[in-house]
Design a protein around this ligand. Structure first.
Ligand code: B1M
Length: 210
């Protein structure tokens, strides 16, 4: 029987091999990739996040847990992407300058790919020029992720720079400290609180861009 709690526990303990084996086993048993992601990997990472906040675990433990998360995500990514049929549009996704938190961004990328978008994953620590180049390269939507309150202003910087470069592109933002109010304040075209709703927002923005 699929052991989603075991996946969460393995992630909390930073046991990449255990996580990888249990994710493979759950897939083989026919559990949907989204269920494995939500009830196994994300459930475990949420607990690590809460413990990190209470200083019960520190950066090294969190990093090891993040590696275990990546090990599991590596197995799920092609399965989530399989659902895609023809590209719904082109979207460039990255974390903003100074922000190295890429787990949420990678989830957004996976969900977008899984929903049929052509995704240009720009990675982490992206400066404004990188987003501008992606827009000039044909992305219809620029999607930015930030996890730190200190890196949120970089989103406004990108939007201002896109405008002054005269590039016409839709922008969307997300990440734990981001709100709809902040999106409105910096004139982002869209905001999504999680990776699943990022897909809906991206669809709306692509439709509006056409
Ligand atoms: Co960092 N960190 N971290 N960290 N870290 C947080 C974010 C923090 C809240 C922890 C805390 O204090 N409680 C805190 C930020 C405080 C603040 O600014 N308010 C913090 C800090 C302070 C730091 C450092 C400064 C610590 C230090 O060095 N002293 C440092 C900064 C590094 C840097 O970026 N320059 C740092 C470092 C790290 C690690 C490297 C150790 C590691 C990152 C590993 C990695 O990503 N490869 C790490 C981690 C793992 C976390 C926590 C524990 C977990 C983040 C995570 O991956 N969550 C986090 C605490 C927490 O969140 N409880 C914390 C799971 C992930 C699925 O959620 O990314 O929110 P999230 O993504 C969600 C949504 O936000 C949304 O979709 C996802 C779910 O569906 N979403 C989008 C995200 N992007 C989106 C984009 C969209 C739409 C939706 O559209 C474009």
């Amino acid at each position: 029987m699929a052991d989603l709690q075991g996946i969460a526990d393995g992630l909390i303990k930073g046991q990449a091999q255990v996580v990888s084996d249990l994710v493979k086993k759950a897939v083989d048993e026919g559990v949907g990739p989204e269920e494995i992601l939500t009830d196994g990997l994300i459930a475990g990472m949420n607990i690590i996040g809460a413990r990190f906040k209470k200083n019960e675990v520190y950066v090294p433990e969190v990093l090891i847990a993040a590696r275990a998360m990546h090990a599991g995500m590596g197995i799920l990514e092609p399965l989530l992407a399989e659902a895609g049929v023809e590209p719904l549009g082109k979207i460039a996704v990255g974390t903003v300058k100074g922000d190295l938190h890429d787990i949420g961004k990678n989830l957004v990328v996976m969900m977008l790919k899984g929903s049929g978008f052509n995704v240009d994953d720009l990675g982490v620590d992206c400066d404004a020029q990188k987003f501008i180049d992606a827009a000039k390269g044909g992305a219809q939507v620029i999607a930015m992720s930030a996890l730190l309150t200190t890196t949120m202003p970089a989103m406004k910087h990108v939007i201002d720079n896109l405008q002054s470069a005269g590039v016409s592109v839709k922008t969307m933002i997300g990440g734990a400290p981001i709100t709809q109010g902040y999106a409105d304040e910096i004139r982002a075209d869209g905001y999504a609180p999680d990776a699943a709703s990022a897909v809906d927002t991206a669809k709306e923005l692509v439709a509006a861009a056409c």
